[in-house]
Write a protein that binds this ligand. Structure first.
Ligand code: SME
Length: 149
């Protein structure tokens, strides 16, 4: 995985978009393609709840997720990124899609360090995401934060 190339591709894809929504979507398109994701999107933390933001992939019924619920809500509740090797091993997993086997959630923070949402990627392979992906997404998160919708 060429981390630098992906970060720079995400940056230029976002720069060429006017609206914040379009910029985030462009970033998700790059991640979806470069990391071979099944689904790539963001959730926005609003009024103490996660709201589905721009995404690429099949539609999900999980448009609102409570803090503490599922992998996404757990990331916020525990203030910790989540790497799930096999979603079948997580009892609180919220299935968006039956083909999903692995998932990574990396928190997005504002300049003061407060959580404003998260990046969520789903893969069809067990163990598709690891610490290298986490490091990549941690580098991309501040770019997204600047254009957070
Ligand atoms: N699987 C997530 C829900 C979001 S979908 O993957 C898009 C969860 O368990 O929180």
């Amino acid at each position: 995985m060429d981390r630098e190339a992906i970060v720079s591709e995400v940056g230029s894809a976002m720069d060429s978009e006017e609206s914040n929504e379009a910029a985030i979507l462009a970033a998700m398109q790059v991640l979806h393609r470069r990391l071979n994701c099944h689904w790539a999107g963001v959730y926005l933390l609003r009024n103490g709840e996660l709201h589905l933001g721009p995404f690429v992939g099949p539609p999900t019924e999980h448009t609102r997720i409570a803090i503490g619920q599922g992998v996404c809500g757990t990331a916020v509740a525990e203030d910790a990124n989540q790497i799930v090797r096999d979603v079948r091993e997580r009892s609180n997993y919220l299935a968006c899609n039956l083909e999903t086997r692995s998932e990574i959630v990396v928190l997005v923070r504002d300049e003061a360090g407060s959580v404003i949402g998260q990046i969520d990627l789903d893969g069809t392979e067990v163990g598709q995401f690891d610490e290298r992906h986490e490091a990549l997404l941690e580098e991309i998160a501040p770019l997204l934060a600047l254009r957070w919708p």
